[in-house]
Ligand binder design. Structure first.
Ligand code: AMP
Ligand code: GLY
Length: 422
């Protein structure tokens, strides 16, 4: 079977390594992949947003199955375009990917179908949004409607900060057309949990829960990033919470999308906050999380390719989806200065021998075959163990075997989760 994975980060590396475990995967193409993924797949220099290029490549190379991993191509309709040429895909159609592509859509969906989320109002002009601020308690959360590289959410402590955020999003168009509309919502508090799930629109199977660490610096300080590390499972996500989420959030969301004629097939990601009033949805993503995938998939006991094919063929209920009763920790090694200014092009030394998995995110190969840093988040080191403490310890001892000139990583990934276990 010829498989194609769209994307080129640590998440895609984790997906590819897992797909390779199935012998049916005779070749895996990564579009565009990266210098580290090149060790596990055939990288093809076609960008993840180049839908026309992706479809052309798939047809010319008789690709049997495509996994579309990032948000952009999903929201742009990559799955629809590939399926129109008869290529089976794992990932939602454009109509279903809107659950991530538009926060106005997802908030209205939750309101219509009684799915717990923060109270909110949506606006399509800055004047009305600014006027509404006078009636809102601070802090408040201002969100650009569309995709914004994870940067479109601003938590405003004061009315002035909220007004500045609206100005930035709606008038200065900091995120382009993604800022044509905004959501203003109530600020919630509580532990955050990421739950990725497989769904074919009929059945939903949650994966093992995880915890992201979004801030750049230790102690959850510094700027928001794409994610500096993860642990799984998330200790706040108890069996009781899981049951409540299944009943009040997961199944109702799948049903709501069906009722809207937007059946979701693929990986549906629930960003949850466990508030005093119960679990609430902070955000939906239409895809695997990064770096959540780097801790979730190493714990998957079942065959990923079989599950993905079953989702595509709407027979998820027939396959086994089982996770190890273990824990995992992923520590991301970034270029110092990320998410702002940083230098790249430094040679990356990887260990010959390691007790961890190394998922490469931002790297390229030089002409003479050396691996060079090429992004903010360079790689993630994932360790698994019987206990969370063991996984954290192992991830930190293994990351010492990795080196590049301006390497930076947080020293406290998993610390909060460990405290919660006590
Ligand atoms: P998002 O890009 O939607 O994942 O939001 C980024 C982060 O902003 C989340 O992980 C939360 O930590 C925070 N956030 C978003 N919405 C809220 C809210 N209503 N209350 C408190 N924090 C929020
Ligand atoms: N780690 C958060 C995300 O993938 O959106």
């Amino acid at each position: 079977m010829k498989i194609m994975v769209i994307g080129g980060g640590g998440r895609e590396h984790a997906i590819i390594k897992k797909l390779k475990e199935n012998k049916k995967a005779e070749v895996i193409y990564a579009l565009p992949g990266n210098g580290g993924i090149a060790a596990d797949a055939v990288c093809v220099n076609i960008g993840a947003k180049d839908i026309e290029g992706i479809v052309k490549f798939a047809v010319e190379n008789s690709v049997d199955f495509a996994v579309v991993a990032p948000d952009d191509p999903l929201v742009l309709g990559a799955v629809d375009a590939l399926e129109a040429k008869g290529i089976k895909c794992f990932g939602p159609s454009r109509d279903a990917a809107i659950i991530e592509g538009s926060k106005v859509f997802s908030k209205n969906l939750m309101e219509k179908y009684n799915i717990p989320t923060a109270k909110y109002k949506t606006f399509d002009n800055a004047g009305d949004a600014l006027e509404f601020l006078g009636t809102v308690n601070m802090p408040a959360v201002i969100k650009a409607d569309g995709l914004a590289l994870g940067k479109g959410v601003i938590i405003a402590q004061t009315e002035k900060e909220a007004a500045d955020a609206i100005q930035l999003i709606m008038n200065d168009k900091k995120f382009g057309d993604s800022g044509n509309r905004v959501v203003i919502e109530e600020f919630l508090t509580g532990p955050e949990v990421s739950v990725l799930s497989f769904t074919d629109g009929k059945t939903i199977v949650p994966m093992i829960s995880s915890m992201d660490h979004k801030r750049a610096l230790d102690g959850d300080t510094g700027l928001n990033t794409g994610g500096m590390g993860t642990v799984a499972p998330n200790p706040y996500y108890t069996e009781t919470v899981a049951r409540e989420c299944m009943e009040k959030i997961f199944i109702p969301t799948v049903n709501a999308m069906n009722a809207e004629g937007r059946t979701f097939k693929g990986c549906l990601y629930f960003g949850l906050m466990l508030t005093e009033d119960g679990p609430k949805v902070i955000e939906y993503n239409c895809r695997f999380g990064d770096p959540e995938t780097q801790v979730v998939l190493p714990l998957l006991k079942s065959d990923l390719l079989e599950i993905m094919l079953a989702v595509a063929q709407e027979r998820l209920s027939e396959v086994n989806v089982e996770f190890e009763n273990k824990a995992a920790c992923c520590v991301v090694a970034a270029s110092e200065g990320y998410p702002e200014k940083y230098e790249t092009g430094f040679e990356i030394e990887l260990p010959e021998d390691t007790d961890a998995e190394i998922f490469v995110a931002g790297a390229k190969l030089s002409e003479d075959g050396r691996l060079l840093s090429a992004g903010g988040r360079v790689l993630g080191v994932t360790a698994t163990s019987e206990t969370l403490g063991g996984a954290i310890e192992k991830a930190y001892s293994e990351i010492k075997k990795v080196n590049f000139c301006n390497m930076y990583y947080r020293r406290d990934i998993g610390a909060k989760a460990l405290r919660a276990l006590d």
